[in-house]
Design a protein around this ligand. Structure first.
Ligand SMILES: Nc1nc2c(ncn2[C@@H]2O[C@H](COP(=O)(O)OP(=O)(O)OP(=O)(O)O)[C@@H](O)[C@H]2O)c(=O)[nH]1
Ligand SMILES: [Mg+2]
Length: 634
């Protein structure tokens, strides 16, 4: 019989286990760059909180501070100004456009002149006003970021190199977002279910019980990892501090046929609306919507069997026990898309938070400067006992939000779950129609699905003379396009009820259609996948040959699990191992493929050397693989 044995002869076991060694990567010096002075002459920071407070006190002069040019003026120069606070001036749009072109021309001239630098164009995307705790803000690091400019529809990197992809650009931009905002609705966690406990070899020794036989108990099963929807959570911020979730390992078996205890389970609690993917992959594994939902994410590893379990008629005193199976592990990407019925969208400073504060008990921060709201706010609107709806006030949307400018991109995904949108427009702004079109375009560009959602438009700040003046033309224009439009003064609470009850009616209509198409969700999907892998047959494997190193790779999850569970400390493990390799056809297949004396064979972590011996391994003193009967490997 052909056998495989390890090259090492010093240890009892003839198989040398090649364990992957962990090499700690040398620490590289911190990659954080010191913040250089901003070379961009156009750079403007968002106004500081204190400054904003001053503005807020001028309550009556409410206006939209963010420039929103007409729809067809979506060229780069305007994107470069995404963070600037520009009050819409009296000058016409044409004059504005001319100015922008001039600025860009100046910029390119400066770049050409600036031969000392590396020609990169940097935009400072840092400072922001926040209602978050001070310690959070102190921890925020701002970075300079390189951006690309588009010329003639082609992406050009200003350092003269190849144009980077849009994905990379977005990735770079995300670095500038403070951690607390990044972590609000996204998290990456590590989950690992418990390893199974090891089985043991033990013999029953008792007075008056001669030849008591094997009594080694089985190891306990490893703890499971569950995922549960916690209705009291509305963000993924808790995962900033706890990233690793490991279930307990099962206890080892003991003598006197005592089995080990099961490992402790772990429950990962997430907010309603969390979507789970395997890290770095697109495919959605789970979507958890309703509080109380609970699913098994990763099942614990099976406990190894003790020698009592291997006892059979042919082998009454087996000296063998298994290791516990390793619990599966995974990195998961969590993404939260708030479960709100109605989403309030609009340009910054339009009065979205004011509307939410009037229609619900929510108390969002309201102030007269753009980006007061940095994280979405939720409020519950109740009409009577059984008619309520959840309304989300989202951060303001800027032109270019779908590409990551401003904050819009960060939170636009929260509108995906909303059934109805209320689009608030600042009626006192210079160009409410342009503002409306620009925000609408952002929604359409971000996702056509969002654009198709039913929506109404609320023309706000009707208590101001400018808004009153512009309302008739705005209404006429939108109604001509078939859009349902209302006017209101959120501050005074006038017209808000009409807006919100219309949204509720739209919601009821859309809910009926949604429920018809709802698929049943399998919350144990991941566990089922893992279980399928764990119970893969040992006969399913693939063999590949690397001629450079004379190495044969035998790959199959059943075989790999078998190797991992084999406990080489026990005498009979080796014989059983040879028996299983023979029985499942690995040896036969290797011979068929032309394995030669001295070739290396790799199965999982195990590295072995092939010997063409006919009589079996030389260190097997008694019995042989053919004569010993083994319990079937499951
Ligand atoms: N006069 C008047 N001012 C209003 C009205 N609604 C809101 N405002 C003011 O407009 C400013 C902005 O209001 P917010 O509710 O913070 O606006 P927002 O859309 O949530 O702004 P961001 O969170 O920055 O996107 C505040 O000073 C409000 O007092 C209104 O109906 N009339
Ligand atoms: Mg707000």
């Amino acid at each position: 019989m052909a056998t495989i044995s390890s090259s090492s002869s010093s240890c009892f076991c003839p198989y040398a286990m090649a364990r992957p060694t962990r090499v700690r990567a040398p620490r590289t010096p911190s990659s954080k760059k010191p913040i250089p002075p901003n070379p961009n002459p156009n750079h403007k920071q968002l106004r500081h909180r204190n400054g904003a407070k001053e503005l807020a006190s001028v309550g009556v002069e409410a206006t939209t501070y963010t420039r929103l040019p007409p729809k067809d003026d979506f060229s780069l120069p305007s994107l470069l100004e995404f963070s600037s606070e520009v009050k819409l001036s009296e000058s016409s749009v044409a004059v504005e456009k001319e100015k922008k072109e001039k600025e860009v021309a100046d910029l390119s001239e400066e770049e050409e002149e600036d031969d000392g630098g590396d020609g990169k164009f940097a935009v400072f995307e840092g400072s922001y006003d926040s209602e978050l705790e001070d310690e959070e803000i102190e921890g925020v690091e701002y970075e300079y970021e390189e951006i690309e400019r588009e010329s003639d529809g082609k992406v050009v990197n200003l350092d003269g190199g190849e144009g980077e992809s849009e994905e990379e650009e977005e990735e770079v931009k995300e670095k500038g977002v403070p951690a607390v905002m990044r972590c609000f609705d996204r998290a990456k966690i590590y989950v690992k279910s418990g390893d199974g406990g090891n089985g043991v070899v033990a013999m029953r020794r008792e007075k008056f019980v001669p030849l008591g036989g094997p009594s080694g108990g089985d190891g306990g099963r490893g703890g499971n990892v569950y995922i549960e929807v916690d209705g009291s959570m509305n963000s993924l911020l808790p995962f900033r501090n706890s990233v690793h979730f490991r279930a307990g390992r099962g206890d080892h078996g003991r003598g006197q046929s005592q089995n080990g205890a099961k490992g402790e389970d772990v429950v990962v609690k997430v907010a309603p609306g969390t979507v789970i993917r395997e890290a770095g992959k697109e495919e959605v594994l789970l979507e958890l919507l309703h509080p109380g939902q609970r699913g098994l994410l990763l099942p614990g590893g099976r406990g190894g069997r003790g020698n009592a379990s291997f006892k059979s008629g042919a082998n009454k005193v087996p000296r063998i026990a298994e290791n516990g199976a390793e619990g599966p592990e995974m990195w998961l990407d969590l993404e939260l898309k708030l479960v709100a019925d109605v989403g309030i969208v609009g340009a910054p400073n339009a009065g979205k938070s004011t509307l939410l504060s009037v229609i619900s008990a929510a108390q969002p921060t309201i102030a007269n400067y753009p980006f007061t709201t940095l994280l979405p706010n939720l409020g519950v609107v109740s009409f009577d006992y059984d008619s309520t709806m959840v309304v989300a006030d989202l951060p303001g949307l800027l032109e270019g939000a779908h590409r990551g400018f401003g904050l819009g991109h960060e939170f636009l995904r929260h509108t995906e779950r909303c059934s109805v949108l209320v689009h608030v427009v600042d009626g006192s702004g210079q160009q409410p129609e342009f503002e409306y079109d620009a925000v609408r375009l952002e929604l359409e560009l971000f996702s056509p699905e969002i654009a198709e959602k039913p929506y109404i438009v609320a023309f706000n700040k009707m208590d101001l003379p400018d808004a009153k003046e512009q309302w008739p033309s705005f209404k006429k224009n939108l109604q001509a396009r078939g859009i349902q439009v209302f006017c209101m003064s959120a501050v005074k609470g006038e017209g808000t009820h009409e807006v919100i009850s219309t949204a509720y009616q739209l919601l009821r209509r859309s809910k009926v259609t949604e429920e018809e198409f709802r698929d049943p969700v399998d919350l144990n999907l991941v566990a089922d996948m893992v279980h399928k892998q764990q119970t893969a047959s040992i006969n399913e494997f693939e063999i590949s040959y690397d001629s450079g190193t004379n190495t044969w790779h035998v790959v199959g999850s059943g075989l790999q699990r078998f190797v991992q569970m084999t406990n080489w400390r026990y005498m009979d493990s080796e014989r059983r191992f040879q028996h299983v390799l023979d029985a499942c056809g690995v040896n036969k297949n290797l011979k068929k493929r032309g394995v030669k004396e001295g070739d290396t064979v790799l199965i999982g972590d195990m590295e072995m050397v092939w010997h063409d011996s006919v009589s079996g391994p030389s260190n097997l003193k008694k019995g042989s693989a053919e004569t010993t009967k083994w319990a079937q490997f499951k």
